[in-house]
Design a protein around this ligand. Sequence first.
Ligand code: HEM
Length: 492
Amino acid sequence: MSDLEDFDHVFDVVVYAYFLGTWTHDHFSKRNIPSLKSVPFFGSMAPIIFRQKSYPDFILDMYNGLKGHKYGGMYGFMSPIIVLRDPELIKMVTVKDFENFLDRRSLFTEDIEPLFGRGLFSLQGQKWKHMRSTLSPAFTSSKMKNMFVLVSECGVQLSDFLHQCLNDNTMKIQDCKIEKDLFTRYANDVIATTALGIGCDSLKNPQNEFYITGKKMTSFLQISKKILNIKLISDKMSSFFRSLILDTMNIRESKDIVRPDMIHFIMEHCNINRCLQPEWEDDDIIAQALQFYFAGFETVSTLLCFVSNQLAVYPDVQTRLQQEIDQTLQENEGKITYEAVNSMKYLDMVLSETLRMHSPAAAIERKCVKTYTLPTEPAYTLHPGDVICIPVHGLHRDPEYFQDPDKFYPERFSDENKNKIKSFTYFPFGSGPRNCIGNRFALMETKIALVHILSRFSFLVVSRTPIPIQITKKGANMTVDGGFWLGLEERS
Ligand code: HEM
């Protein structure tokens, strides 16, 4: 073959590859819809794939890249995805016309990973509706109140552990650092006791099998993608959780044990033997308990890291919060009760502002299940299977809705100011009937940890504390390279 033929051949291959990698990428331009830049094969995802941006920055750039438009398009590799910017459109999709957008894409298929595919997060259509309405009563205020005691026990374990760290010279510094791992252990213990009925103290016993298996599984979940369509959770891990939950249920049933936790609720409403839904199998029920465990593990520990960091960096906010805690405890004879924690307004404001600036879920999505035309100009018709992305982090940092958006300012959420926040611009727990089912629980759990810690200690900035917080560019994890280091001092 001559050099010229060689060149022709290479040229053909390049043209063919380019065509293959871009053939869907004119979807929006053909329809006159504004869209984000795309590159062959990766679409608009290149900054994430090539680790140029952290996940929240990627979402913020996506939002800002479509400024001036109510919605626009991006490409998730080769698939066109609609990005909504306009609060009215977000309301339409997530609330008013929710029936057309009932689902989100499922990361796990029921047959490949039944324990995850059958969980509430992944369930679709009618099955989701059934399960959601069965589980919703598990999160009412009276159920929260019942679970408060169990969570508060974990709060005591956490603050006692920190006290021991500060006072026991024999403990190694890595056991004591105020880092994500500390809060992951607390979140693990809380959800283990409330969702699965298993009491453990992962702070004192860091190597307990339950924590180690859960952590391993969480990291597998983060790399698992449906596109791979392979089983990433080993049978050993699945059967560990399967038998743990089944054994707990069987022991409770045989010994008539009643405990105010989610597993009791699940047993009451969908008893393993006499299920209200005859078509539900053991795995459908186990999947829900496990789902709560995994949904509450990473998100809550991430929120605790962010809020502790902000309190150390803004000592005036921390002092005001400690004053509120001290005063409330004084009025309650030193007892940390459900009512006392819920009465703390400043605590709620601090958490709301932390969730605005550093939402553990930077974006949410919906999948179209019935053809729908966006009621705006230019009109765009979505078909079943089409995906919508709602860039939560972009709205939370938009100066049009939150003045000086990069400033940590809990006053935005005072009684006086919070009503001024435009509807559908703030949703750290998602929006509409498919929002986070555990949101009250998550807030209660976070508040309990903070009240237990701040009544005895203060967070301090140390040389390794990340200021400002820079989320890692390595993957979609909301962590900081090098860690969320903080100091701690006992209050006098
Ligand atoms: C700070 C902590 C948490 C944050 C920021 C958070 C955030 C979210 C978000 C944004 C969604 C998607 C909502 C949507 O698409 O509109 C979600 C869904 C969900 N969350 Fe949470 N979550 C947290 C803690 C929890 C906890 C503690 C639990 C369980 C006890 C939980 C259980 C769930 C479940 C089961 C879903 C799926 C709901 C459904 O599809 O019906 N989450 N969460």
